[in-house]
Design a protein around this ligand. Structure first.
Ligand code: GLV
Ligand code: MN
Ligand code: MN
Length: 416
């Protein structure tokens, strides 16, 4: 660092991350900023003002993404986008998503402070609701930006009865214009994102920067298991139709399937269950759970799901229960193109010790890849922890990531 003209102001980046972490729902553990809440709105309003203060034109697009734009010297060129998200999981950390947005803001400031004008326009994007939302969908804003938000998705309701399309309206978007205003191939020169790794590889290999080679696809389903509610004290063990013990057996089948050997790693998780009626003295009559599987190989995901359904039906038949599996959402796996990877690797190697690795987490880049080349840089996650309050990345490492991102931006701007 040091001699690079656009090197970030590391102290300012740290302060910005801390400021954003103040906009959180204090009634929850860790850091919680769910989309469409007041904390989310406040965080975004602060961000919009910071963007405006460094001379960016700011706007909210039809899908409700917040965008700050810096003009380029060749206005006919499509923009380069730098983005990520400021929503968090419930009980999450301070870095996931946030550092990518702050990185874009810091680069825009450094461009202005150094009088550097890019050839391409630069757009810094805070994508709406990247994490799994109460509507059963992730990456709402980036899906909308590339016209991958279906009518059916827009009509989904959260627990409070809010329709997704009304949530988008409340966040300043216009769901009726999403299709019309969507970006298409050629509209975006390149999408870049800085993110924490959220896993242990960089720390274990002693590298500060990671060039992302690909991002897993994520397939999510809702599984409903129906039995019969009955008295927990008077019903003998062999006369029960317990939806929760059946669902538990299905969860274990998923774990067993994902532990079998595959050409690519595959992981499966059930992280959300609703038990009905959820009372200590009533045999559960109905369980709904959300299941997700992830891999870089779509065939593997489809194969696992076929086998999961067979096993779930077998469990249901043995226990005289009913089971239904409904699709919630799919994001497809992507591979980062070798030209983009080569440039990002060069930018990272000029900055710090670098390695290449795939991403087991999903990102807005999965969506942007539908219309543009994408590239991502990772910085280390201490202990490989993320989606929990312990999530931590040293601020010096965040600054290295911002520097590598700025170097990559300049290289692409010159070349594309
Ligand atoms: C996003 O954080 C995801 O990988 O679920
Ligand atoms: Mn993220
Ligand atoms: Mn996340």
């Amino acid at each position: 660092m040091g001699t690079f003209a656009l090197a970030p102001n590391a102290e300012r980046v740290r302060k910005n991350i801390e400021t954003m972490s103040g906009f959180t729902d204090k009634s929850k553990a860790g850091w919680t900023r769910r989309p469409f809440t007041d904390w989310y709105r406040q965080g975004r309003e602060w961000l919009r003002k910071e963007m405006a203060a460094c001379g960016m034109d700011t706007r909210i697009d039809a899908a409700s993404n917040l965008i700050g734009r810096v003009p380029g010297s060749e206005p006919d060129l499509p923009p380069i986008l730098i983005g990520s998200h400021t929503d968090t999981v419930t009980g999450g950390g301070r870095f996931d998503g946030i550092i990518g947005v702050i990185a874009g803001l810091e680069i825009a400031r450094r461009l202005r402070e150094t009088g550097t004008v890019l050839r391409h326009p630069l757009e810094v994007v805070d994508f709406t609701a990247e994490e799994p939302s109460e509507f059963g969908i992730s990456c709402i804003g980036s899906r909308g930006m590339v016209n991958n938000l279906s009518e059916d998705m827009l009509e989904r309701k959260d627990q409070a009865g809010l329709l997704l399309k009304d949530g988008i309206r409340l966040a300043g978007g216009d769901p009726d214009l999403i299709g019309l205003h969507a970006r298409r191939r050629g509209d975006v020169a390149l999408y870049l994102e800085l993110h924490i790794e959220q896993g242990p590889v960089l720390e274990q290999t002693g590298r500060k920067l990671g060039v992302v080679t690909g991002i897993v696809g994520i397939h999510r389903y809702r599984v409903t298991v129906e039995g019969k509610p009955n008295h927990a004290g008077t019903t003998p063990m062999d006369m029960r139709f317990d939806a929760l013990t059946g669902a538990s057996a299905m969860v274990l089948e998923l774990e067993a399937l994902c532990r079998e050997t595959y050409a690519e790693q595959v992981v499966g998780t059930v992280g959300k269950l609703h038990v009905d009626p959820n009372a200590a003295n009533v045999i559960p009559g109905r369980v709904e759970f959300e299941l997700e599987i992830r891999s870089l190989d779509t065939d593997i995901l489809e194969g696992i799901m076929r086998r999961f359904k067979e096993r779930a039906e077998r469990v249901a038949a043995e226990r005289k229960l009913a089971v239904h599996v409904d699709g919630l959402s799919k994001s497809e796996a992507i591979r980062v193109g070798s030209e983009v990877r080569d440039i990002i690797r060069k930018a990272c190697e000029q900055t710090a010790e670098t390695t290449e690795l795939p991403s087991g987490a999903g990102h807005d880049a999965n969506q942007l890849a539908r219309i543009a080349p994408v590239g991502m840089i990772f910085v280390p996650s201490v202990g490989g922890r993320s989606h929990c309050p312990e999530e931590w990345t040293d601020y010096e490492d965040v600054a290295l990531g911002v520097e590598a991102l700025a170097r990559a931006l300049l290289m692409f701007d010159e070349k594309m």
